[in-house]
Design a protein. Structure first.
Length: 291
């Protein structure tokens, strides 16, 4: 059987379910290719992460899955815990989850509704085939299993990156010590989605630097909702801590376009030459109504 795998979002970032399906189909003796309209497939499977990704013209019989399709279907356990086929995206890094779910119930996040509370998911060796490993856990520090796996990655000399950001509210002296021993593929990523998190960020950064978690200039996601002034204050606060803020304008489930000011803040803060040389007010004035 010839199977076509379709990445609906096509962001360039590897789609883990598709890589796992590829491994499973190949293991069963089937031929797998990236979907193309020019090829006649016996079966087509499409995965979509984002609800705002436009619908595409696919065969009627296409099997669709993922949050973007508002699907509640999960991969079978035998597929969920197979090592991904990294050749599908020519990956030079491994990708996976140590934990699933999250104990927080942030109103803008779909994870608790889709995955439930935090739980152990996999040991790091299950999906690791490279020295560099990108981990996509939503709140790994809330899990004892997650913390044990970070320590295990250190013993295995793996370089890791939690690309969804770490919850600073869960970084005590114990966590900071474990994180300081890890080998980081990129600077530690934190998240400051609301002003209430600022004291926790300040405390976590102090602990991480005390334990010499390097590189010492950490990265921090900043959620930008309708109150742009609130986000700007968080950006200024993070700059004062010598962190590297990265603004993400909020896009709701319907795909509502962020406002001009939200997009301007993101462009100013995320373009470091602009961020270091001018204020946000000066940037807005210079753009004359453009991003």
């Amino acid at each position: 059987m010839l199977v076509g795998l379709h990445d609906a979002d096509n962001t360039g970032f590897p789609n883990i379910p598709l890589m796992k399906l590829s491994a499973a189909y190949k293991q069963a003796g089937h031929e797998v290719r990236v979907y193309s309209e020019e090829i006649t497939f016996d079966k087509v499977v499409s995965s979509k992460v984002f609800t705002f990704t436009p619908e595409q013209d696919l065969p009627v019989s296409t099997v669709k899955g993922g949050t973007g399709y508002r699907s509640t279907t999960s991969l079978p356990e035998s597929v969920e815990h197979i090592c991904p086929d990294y050749s599908l995206y020519n990956c030079t890094e491994s990708y996976g989850f140590l934990t699933r779910g999250c104990p927080n119930k942030c109103p803008w996040c779909f994870v608790p509704a889709k995955e439930g509370d935090i739980r152990a998911h996999a040991d790091i060796e299950e999906f690791t085939r490279h020295r560099d490993v990108v981990l996509m856990d939503n709140n790994v520090l809330a899990s004892r299993h997650g913390m044990d796996q970070i320590a295990r990655a250190t013993r295995l000399q793996l370089r890791i990156d939690f690309n969804q950001g770490l919850d600073a509210r869960r970084i005590s002296d114990v966590e900071a010590r474990i994180l300081s021993k890890a080998l980081w593929l990129k600077p530690i990523r934190l998240a400051c989605d609301s002003a209430t998190q600022m004291p926790s960020i300040q405390k976590a950064v102090a602990l991480l630097r005390w334990h010499n978690a390097t590189p010492r200039r950490y990265f921090c996601y900043v959620l930008v909702k309708e109150d742009v002034q609130d986000a700007l204050e968080r950006v200024r606060f993070l700059k004062g801590l010598d962190l590297d803020p990265f603004c993400q304008p909020y896009i709701d489930e319907a795909g509502t376009e962020p406002t001009l000011e939200q997009r301007q803040l993101a462009r100013w803060a995320n373009t470091k030459m602009l961020f270091k040389t001018m204020t946000f007010d000066d940037y807005k004035e210079s753009r004359n109504g453009r991003v």
